[in-house]
Design a binder for this molecule. Structure first.
Ligand code: NAD
Ligand code: ZN
Length: 380
């Protein structure tokens, strides 16, 4: 690898030229890393809903041409000036939100919302010089959430890279760099269900099933899955979900159905849908006195959360979380170790696999609702 240090690397990348149009595999030039940056050889990446959402560009400022991708694992090729924590050969997980380790958030034990490197979906350039490190024939191709992992090489801020155990299989732990950690952390770090408690999970996609995995690990005795799509229930059994409720099967609000099933309400609920109605139900279905609801789903722009304030006086608690409250650099290596100790299963999330040249298939699987996670091997 050392022969490429300081030089431009030419490699393959899947470029999104226009919103909603199939990605095109192109030869791109990847510039060397500047101060506090790292150039990473991406080994495997996965497709997450957030990539699809920004590729469709229906609600946000479109930034094109762009290289998407943010759930991945790779190997450090070279480091820029000032990078001391990483060296060539280290195995890393890129993360869409960073940890500078110096701001008020990074210094607070309670927060993971770094001032410098918090997710920014509008920025398509590096912080150091406001420019892109990707180009085709001199024309810049923009970055996505500081990761752009649909390229065989990417340049990433050191604060957005978690150094992990080199023995960890990258084609499994890559999914910890976004969705799975988000759901898992929502339960383990924020909802914190006591052993033997009852937990309701709203939305049984990859994030909700990871939240269910968290409830199983915490020792919950009942895990109730709530989803509008009955197809999700079969898969969810593999994730320790013990009971299922489809709001469409009932005439009364789902919070009332859950209250009847649980003698007054669940101990904890985790909402992973993005639907504001599910968010309200997830809050109102927790038990008076001790119930805690955690919101994870990203709502629509104009949504408003409406509930009677009496619910708070009755000692129901409402919380929300970003990336499962994990600090990317400090905490992700430990989540990888949970997998290595076999406390956490990742294989069951990976339902599909393609190589880089077939990346558009991964989009099809997700758009049709067939995949939980499709991984993309970057060498072919
Ligand atoms: P997904 O689309 O795979 O799963 C969502 C599930 O919710 C689907 O099965 C759908 O049928 C179900 N659903 C929708 N409306 C419902 C309702 N009213 N009641 C019950 N079920 C309903 O999505 P995912 O990838 O698992 O992500 C889930 C959410 O988490 C998304 O909103 C995503 O944007 C968000 N997310 C948040 C963070 C964070 O840090 N807070 C990080 C990643 C993803
Ligand atoms: Zn910070």
């Amino acid at each position: 690898m050392s022969s490429t240090v300081g030089k431009v690397i030419r490699c393959k990348a899947a470029v999104a030229w226009e919103a909603g149009k199939p990605l095109v595999i192109e030869d791109v030039e990847v510039a060397p890393p500047q101060a506090m940056e790292v150039r990473v050889k991406i080994v495997v990446t996965a497709l997450c809903h957030t990539d699809v959402y920004f590729w469709e560009a229906k609600g946000q400022t479109p930034v094109f041409p762009r290289i998407f991708g943010h759930e991945a694992a790779g190997i450090v090729e070279s480091v820029g000036e000032g990078v001391t924590e990483l060296k060539p050969g280290d195995h890393v997980l890129p993360v869409f939100t960073g940890e500078c380790k110096e701001c008020r958030h990074c210094k607070s034990e309670e927060s993971n919302m770094c001032d410098l490197l918090r997710i920014n979906t509008d920025r398509g350039v590096m912080l150091n010089d406001g420019k892109s490190r990707f180009s085709i024939n001199g024309k810049p191709i923009y970055h996505f959430v500081g990761t752009s992992t649909f390229s065989q090489y990417s340049v990433i801020h050191v604060g957005c890279l978690a150094k992990i155990n080199p023995a960890a299989p990258m084609d499994k732990v890559c999914i910890l760099s976004c969705g799975v950690s988000t759901g898992l952390g929502a339960t383990l770090n924020v909802a914190k269900p006591p052993k033997g408690s009852t937990v309701a999970i709203f939305g049984l996609g990859a994030v909700g099933l990871s939240a269910a995995e968290g409830a199983r690990i915490a020792g919950a005795s009942r895990i109730i899955g709530v989803d509008l799509n009955p197809k999700r229930f079969d898969e969810a059994k593999k994730f320790g979900v013990t009971e299922f409720v489809n709001p469409k099967d009932h005439h009364k609000p789902v919070q009332e159905v859950l209250a009847e099933m649980t003698d007054g309400g669940v101990d904890r609920s985790v909402e992973c849908t993005g639907s504001v109605n599910a968010m309200i139900s997830a809050f109102e279905c927790v038990h008076d006195g001790w119930g805690v609801a955690v919101l994870v789903g990203v709502p629509n722009k104009d949504d408003a959360f409406k509930t009677h304030p009496m619910n708070f006086l009755n000692e129901k608690t409402l919380k929300g979380t970003f990336f499962g409250n994990y600090k990317p650099r400090t905490d992700l290596p430990n989540v990888v170790e949970m997998y290595m100790r076999k406390e956490l299963e990742l294989e069951k999330f990976i339902t599909h696999e393609v190589c880089l040249s077939e990346i558009n298939k991964a989009f099809d699987y997700m758009l049709k609702g067939e995949s939980l996670r499709c991984i993309i091997r970057m060498d072919g």
